[in-house]
Design a protein around this ligand. Structure first.
Ligand code: MN
Ligand code: MN
Ligand code: MN
Length: 371
């Protein structure tokens, strides 16, 4: 190998939903057979341009924490996921990956948690979803989900290029489909049962961020905008979610599986409010009780029930072990935060470990509902 580029990727301080930023530097791998994480040096950036500067000093540190090959620039180039640190060497307040590390280090990791994310998203051309007429609406929902044909699905070329890029990068991409609303799609990231996969929940969440970055980046070349908005079109159109499939070692074990899954659901029921307030901005617009969702102020669980908050898949019920599907997270979630929240509740860790406070709108709505 020789001189290539490393694209450093991090989460900014955008409110209410943090966005991705990235910049590139050369990486000299001459004389090396393989590249390791330690080959990527720390780097700095201007926090005052990303809504991340605190007080006088605006220089913040990018610390590489995960990487993969860069399928856009090709062999010898890399995508590098980074955490943001302040000048004192502490995790920056926007560094939500540090929150996940904290709960894993405090006992979560011993349960060997895994996660699989079903990322829904919507493509836009200008101000309308891709494939929609400039004025008015397309035909009502019905034929588009998993559709085929140029009048049924929109953006196939981009979606296929993204899929290929994720596989080439070595991300744990395991599937995709066209969604219920035209212009809406889904891809999935998580453990595939493939030997080289690392199902560690931290790695799963890193892979989702990297796959999102690739989607935004590749869509640039098509003149298409990607949005993770929970409810990109108001009215009788499906919102976009990020169902999160979660398991611990005991849930995957045939001897302890169902008992542990049931206990996990009871723990989730008790802390429903603490979960929905960190499950993405504007969640109340998506969790209405319609369009295959359960209302934001209710908690329901069930086997194969797509109107539930938490679903036990049919196959899991039959075999007596596996995982549960949390159907509440919105498309715009931070997977580090949702993972940290699930680990804290399901692994029954001390609640004081979860300190993250997002500025999502549903916070105030839930407070009103309780009063
Ligand atoms: Mn799905
Ligand atoms: Mn879906
Ligand atoms: Mn699902």
């Amino acid at each position: 190998m020789s001189i290539g580029m490393a694209e450093y990727i991090w989460m900014d301080g955008n409110v209410p939903t943090q966005q991705l930023r990235s910049k590139a530097r050369i990486i000299n791998s001459a004389g090396k057979d393989t590249i390791e994480l330690k080959d990527f040096p720390e780097w700095s950036f201007d926090g005052s341009s990303t809504n991340q500067s605190e007080g006088g000093s605006s220089d913040l540190i990018l610390k590489p924490v995960n990487f993969c090959s860069d399928p856009v620039r090709g062999p010898g180039n890399f995508l590098v996921m980074c955490e943001v640190f302040n000048e004192k060497g502490e995790p920056h307040v926007t560094n939500t990956r540090a929150q996940l590390r904290k709960v894993l280090d405090a006992g979560g990791a011993a349960h060997e948690p895994w996660a699989g994310f079903e990322q829904e998203y919507t493509l836009f051309s200008g101000r309308v979803p891709l494939g929609w007429p400039d004025k008015g609406y397309p035909a009502p929902q019905g034929p588009f989900y998993c559709g085929v044909g140029q009048d049924q699905v929109f953006g196939r070329e981009l979606i296929e290029e993204h899929l290929e890029a994720c596989l080439e990068a070595g991300l744990m991409f395991y599937g995709m489909n066209a969604e219920v609303m035209p212009g809406q799609w889904e891809f999935q990231i998580g453990y595939r049962g493939v030997e080289q996969d690392n199902p560690d929940i931290l790695n799963c969440a890193d892979h989702l961020w990297l796959a999102r970055w690739l989607l935004y980046r590749i869509a640039e070349d098509y003149g298409i905008t990607v949005t993770l908005d929970n409810k990109p079109v108001k009215g009788d159109w499906n919102g976009a979610g990020c169902h999160t499939n979660f398991s611990t070692k005991a849930m995957r074990d045939a001897k302890t599986g169902m008992k542990t899954i049931e206990r996990a659901i009871e723990a989730l029921r008790k802390r429903h409010d603490q979960h929905v307030v960190v499950y993405g901005d504007g969640l109340e617009l998506r969790l209405t009780g319609l369009h295959e969702t359960c209302r934001i102020d209710e908690f329901r669980s069930g086997v194969a029930d797509r109107g539930a908050s938490v679903r036990i898949p049919q196959q899991v019920q039959l075999t007596g072990h596996g995982y549960l599907e949390d159907r509440r997270p919105g498309a715009n979630i931070d997977p580090y935060i949702v993972s940290a929240r699930l680990v804290t509740t399901i692994c029954e860790l001390d609640e004081s470990l979860f300190t993250h406070k997002p500025a999502y709108k549903q916070m105030s709505l839930l407070v009103e509902h309780k009063s």
